[in-house]
Write a new protein. Structure first.
Length: 202
């Protein structure tokens, strides 16, 4: 009987692992994007701040630099994870392995998400579905740690390595070159130096 109860308790680990991924998918899609598209909503930091920064900086987001205990998108993300963990604490006495696995999943999510926005090449290799979410279709690819829920739900849209990505990269490169070419010379220099006026031939 003891072994049977231990076996049942051990089931909490794979159940929590799968539940955590499904929760991640649902909260990302319906809360962070669904509710978060409204600028007045608390969760708007994700779509309007985090996504804008990542889209503009090839996945990079400076909010993940330094310590996370600030009231910025990174800090709010941690706050949301803490709330989620607290909501499951009442289950601890009856399902300790389930709750423990869920807590580890939350920490894993934050660590991987943070790294993906500090190291673009790592994100492309290890979390291509999350790279696709930010740089490709922002209304798909809701999983961060894995993409199996997206594949199951039909929301996995590949972007990396596609013709669209190549065109977007060429467009961004051309735009960056244009900005570099149009850089304004500091105003401390004479106007004639900043904007030479052609002299008409006599």
């Amino acid at each position: 009987m003891l072994f049977r109860s231990q076996e049942v308790a051990m089931l909490g680990i794979p159940v929590a692992w799968a539940y955590g991924h499904m929760l991640e998918w649902g909260l990302h899609k319906y809360v962070l994007h669904g509710m978060g598209k409204n600028r007045e909503n608390f969760w708007s930091f994700h779509f309007h701040d985090h996504h804008r920064s990542a889209r503009s900086n090839q996945m990079g987001d400076a909010i993940y630099e330094g310590h996370p205990f600030k009231w910025n998108p990174a800090g709010k993300e941690l706050f949301g994870l803490a709330l989620l963990g607290a909501a499951h604490l009442p289950l601890l006495p009856v399902a300790p392995l389930f709750v423990g696995t869920l807590m580890v999943s939350g920490l894993s999510y934050y660590r991987l998400h943070k790294r993906s926005h500090k190291d673009m090449e790592w994100a492309r290799q290890k979390l291509p579905w999350h790279y696709d979410h930010h740089m490709g279709d922002q209304n798909a690819n809701w999983g961060v740690r894995r993409d199996w829920v997206d594949r199951m739900m039909g929301t996995r849209v590949e972007y990396m390595g596609t013709e669209k990505e190549l065109k977007d990269m060429a467009r961004r490169k051309a735009y960056a070159a244009k900005l570099e070419a149009e850089k304004v010379v500091p105003k401390s220099q004479p106007q004639a130096v900043r904007e030479p006026v052609p002299v008409a031939a006599k």
